[in-house]
Every structure is written in structure tokens, then in C-alpha cells.
Design a protein around this ligand. Structure first.
Ligand code: NAP
Length: 249
């Protein structure tokens, strides 16, 4: 029997091709700090979401995080989902309760609490670059905070902008810009979304969901123009902390 199987409280991350996991390191450190020797955290790499059922049946789990590409695909396997996760349509945390498996979205909590202190009255409209899983939680939060939201995509889609449409007028109107694309993630640190960066000013707030590197090319360009910048590390920590609160409440 593996060491981890002897532990009484087993947690983990479900995803695909999990080469590196912030969560594993984060929770292992937490368990050590809290002297929770009977707690463990593992990466569960599933080639297909159909493996989720047997994972749950066989592993006697106490809580799970969910990452790319299963945040939406996992929903049919759950017994219920919380209101926020329902509205967003994505789950990143699963609680194992008397009432079954309950899905939550703590990305929204993490983003909300990390961006809120930076918002100013002139931040009324936001651009969200990228239309993948994470962008849904970001849009949900920004709308909840009262901002108008416009998505930017590489492909033309109704109600959205393409990168070619971004000019001085669009950037003047949208003073919050959130990068929800993987562009600029290590090791491709020279990549950045295709924006006319010269139109950014000190009125802009640039938020990058990426946390590795700490300051992406996108954020560096914003900083050069005097914009306020923020990376995704605090969001990541806050979403993990909220997951812990859910599992232990
Ligand atoms: P995803 O599902 O892969 O979606 C990313 C979106 O970015 C795509 O839907 C696509 O939108 C756009 N995109 C992809 N490749 C692109 C390229 N080469 N050029 C321009 N646009 C591109 O990823 P996700 O789950 O939404 O996550 C997005 C990023 O946020 C990732 O880097 C992830 O690590 C990070 N993240 C961070 C946190 C945190 O706590 N800090 C939490 C969640 C996610 P279009 O096809 O519409 O252009």
C-alpha cells in the first residue's frame, strides 16, 4: 500500500497532463504547518473524465480541486452544485458531504477578492481576453462588481471583439483589461496578447491570471505606460484557501 493510502484524509487535484501543480505544494505545506499528519494531497491525472467515477469510488477522498480541462466536464458526475458555480458553469472544488459530491467555484472568490481593492470609480468597463474556462468566472465577478464586460477572441463571435478591433477608442473606454489567455506563461515569456499597448495610460488596470512568470510581458507593457498591474498569484492562493474552508466547514 502506498504511503498516501494509509492517510485518513485524502485530498487531490483532478486534471489532465498535470505537469506541475501549485495546489499540491500549497496543501502539503499547509498540512505540515497545521501538523495534520493524517492528511495528504495528490495529483490525479485522468486521460478522460470517464475515469472520475472510479477515482471517487476507490480512493476514499475528502475533497478535490479540479483543473483544465475538466471544470465543466465534471459537473454531470456531481450530486449538486453551488449557486456561483451554477451561474458560471464551471467547478474547481468538490466537497464530499453527507449529501454527496457538491461542486463549487472558488476561482470567482479568488479573483473578486484580489481585484476589488484595486478598482476605482473610473473603472466602469472591462475587456476580457480569451474565452476559455477561466474567463467565465472572471466575467461573472466583474459583472457582479458592476462593470460592463466585453470579451476579446481570436475568432469572430457575436457580441465579442477580435484583437484587430482594439484601437485607442476601445482602450479609452475599457480601463480594466484581464488576460485570460495562456500567452506569456513560462517558458514562452515573450508572448503577449495583441493589444495596441501605446494607448494604455495610468487610468488602466491590467490583471493577468498568469502567475509564472511573476511579471508577464503583458504586465510589463502596462507598467511602462503607468498602468496598475496585478498577476494571478493572489487569486490562486485565495481560491485554494476558500477550497480549504469549504472542505473543513
Ligand atoms: P483555456 O480554457 O485554455 O482558455 C484560454 C483561452 O485563451 C482560449 O479559450 C482562447 O480564447 C485563448 N487563447 C488560447 N490560446 C491562445 C493564443 N495562442 N493566442 C491568443 N489567445 C489564445 O484556459 P483557461 O482555463 O481559461 O485559463 C486561462 C489562463 O488562466 C491559463 O493561463 C491558466 O493557467 C490561468 N488561470 C489562472 C488562475 C489563477 O488562479 N491565477 C485560475 C484559472 C486559470 P479564444 O479562442 O476565444 O481566443
Amino acid at each position: 500500500m502506498e504511503e498516501t493510502e494509509k492517510k485518513e484524509k485524502r485530498f487531490g487535484l483532478v486534471g489532465k497532463d498535470i505537469s506541475y501543480s501549485f495546489s499540491k505544494g500549497y496543501f502539503e505545506k499547509k498540512f505540515k504547518q497545521l501538523d495534520l499528519r493524517d492528511h495528504s494531497y495528490e495529483n490525479f491525472d485522468l486521460a478522460d473524465i470517464s475515469g472520475f467515477k472510479s477515482l471517487v469510488e476507490q480512493c476514499n477522498l475528502s475533497g478535490l480541486n479540479v483543473t483544465i480541462p475538466y471544470k465543466e466536464a465534471v459537473i454531470p458526475y456531481l450530486d449538486a452544485i453551488g449557486e456561483t458555480a451554477q451561474e458560471i458553469g464551471a467547478v474547481n472544488t468538490i466537497a464530499f458531504t453527507e449529501n454527496g459530491l457538491i461542486g463549487h467555484n472558488t476561482d470567482a472568490y479568488g479573483f473578486e477578492h484580489s481585484i476589488r481593492p484595486l478598482l476605482q470609480p473610473h473603472h466602469t468597463n472591462a475587456l476580457i481576453m480569451g474565452t476559455g474556462g477561466a474567463s467565465k468566472a472572471i466575467a461573472f465577478v466583474l459583472k457582479k462588481l458592476g462593470l460592463g464586460v466585453t470579451f476579446v477572441s481570436r475568432t469572430e463571435k457575436e457580441g465579442m471583439l477580435t484583437y484587430q478591433a482594439l484601437d485607442g477608442d476601445v482602450l479609452k473606454e475599457h480601463t480594466v483589461i484581464v488576460n485570460c489567455t495562456p500567452l506569456g506563461t513560462h517558458p514562452n515569456i515573450d508572448e503577449k496578447p495583441d493589444l495596441p499597448y501605446g494607448f494604455l495610460t495610468d487610468k488602466h488596470l491590467l490583471y493577468d491570471l498568469i502567475y509564472n512568470p511573476e511579471k508577464t510581458s503583458f504586465l510589463q507593457e502596462g507598467e511602462k505606460q503607468g498602468a496598475t498591474i496585478k498577476n494571478g498569484l493572489e487569486m490562486l492562493r485565495l481560491q485554494a484557501e476558500k477550497a480549504w474552508e469549504i472542505w473543513t466547514s
